[in-house]
Design a protein around this ligand. Sequence first.
Ligand SMILES: Cc1cc2nc3c(=O)[nH]c(=O)nc-3n(C[C@H](O)[C@H](O)[C@H](O)COP(=O)(O)OP(=O)(O)OC[C@H]3O[C@@H](n4cnc5c(N)ncnc54)[C@H](O)[C@@H]3O)c2cc1C
Length: 395
Amino acid sequence: MRRAFGGTGLSDEQKQICSLARDFARDVLRPGSALRDEQEDSFDRTPVDRLGELGFLGMLIPEEYDGLGLDMLTYLFALEEISWGDPSVAVSMSVHNSLPTQTLLRHGTEEQKERWLKPMARGEMLGAFSLSEAGSGSDAAALKAQAVREGNGWRLNGSKMWVTNGASADVVLLMVRTDDPADRKGTRGIGAFLVPTELEGWVPGKKERKLGLRGSETVGVSLEDLRLGPEHLIGEPGLGFHYALEALEGGRLGIAAQAIGIAEAALDFARDYAAEREQFGRPIKDFQGLQFKLADMATRLEAARGLLYRAAQAYGADEQRKRKLSSMAKLFASETATWVTRQAVQVYGGYGYSREYPVERLFRDAKVTEIYEGTSEIHRMIISRELYLERGADE
Ligand SMILES: Cc1cc2nc3c(=O)[nH]c(=O)nc-3n(C[C@H](O)[C@H](O)[C@H](O)COP(=O)(O)OP(=O)(O)OC[C@H]3O[C@@H](n4cnc5c(N)ncnc54)[C@H](O)[C@@H]3O)c2cc1C
């Protein structure tokens, strides 16, 4: 059910931004989403670039660095709308806004902010984030790609996997080992580098063929003697993993908003279809079996949204509360999205199983929200760990 912005406590300016996102999602994204899903071997950056022109790629960046300087809640409202229009476009918006730009903002030098953060906030440069490798996903600190000192700069070799926007982005925040292979430093032996993708040695592979989010670009990348000057290192050479985890806490809220946008779209389609489709001489919405299903879908969606907004409010609060709530919001919203989209397919019956109808795509798109930026199992581990830490603090 499309959320009304009234009663949300948003200012007029914030409401205007969310309305702009809603209009863009309805008029520009929704009409092209099925085609982008079909063209799974190519990637069209145009919708993401248009988001940039509207300011949506600099939502969380302060105005002094050419962003809109908005709060987390407004950003999440806008992201939900964009995901309602096309979840594949929403993932680009989420990655760019929460991961590379936030890390540059927190840990970049003024020179790095001038050179990269400002154009990224203006939407002139698209960002990506590369932590995962073929052998290290949930256990991300087990990554193997290596940077070695060369003069006053670095030479990088290795392979990365699953890089959203990895071939089309202009810059990538890349995590690689900076410690000596003979003296490993664990999570404190990983650095974060800002890599312009035009550099020789950044070699993206073909777009992965995926179950869903086919309109988004996901690639593996080879690092082949990629040479970087010292100005590409972000912060301290051994703290890149720490920066990545810090960024991912905000990123999770973005993925939760993406999941809610998917669930909302599926519920809208299911509600309208149930009013039009007739069986046994009446609209199927008149059957209590369907009414209960729609009611449960709407209730779970609102519960997910409530938890996300609570997590967003805690975003500036203490670390522990923020970590627990962001994991809870991501876990609950993503499992809500897979559940709601499955129900939507059921409401459509055989037509829900057909690629002619949009709920089939939403059903496929929802699944990845339970996998990336921490799987559901990893979030359950984090939440459970935080419960015991809280108990320890109380004692
Ligand atoms: C479409 C897409 C886009 C992505 N984009 C990016 C990106 O832009 N940048 C990036 O860096 N990465 C990206 N990823 C990678 C993503 O973050 C990883 O896929 C995710 O972290 C899971 O890692 P994995 O695939 O290696 O699974 P694994 O870690 O191998 O997990 C396999 C299974 O084991 C479970 N498991 C693992 N460890 C435990 C444990 N300790 N306890 C219980 N269960 C456990 C997992 O929950 C999962 O069910 C993307 C992935 C996809 C599919």
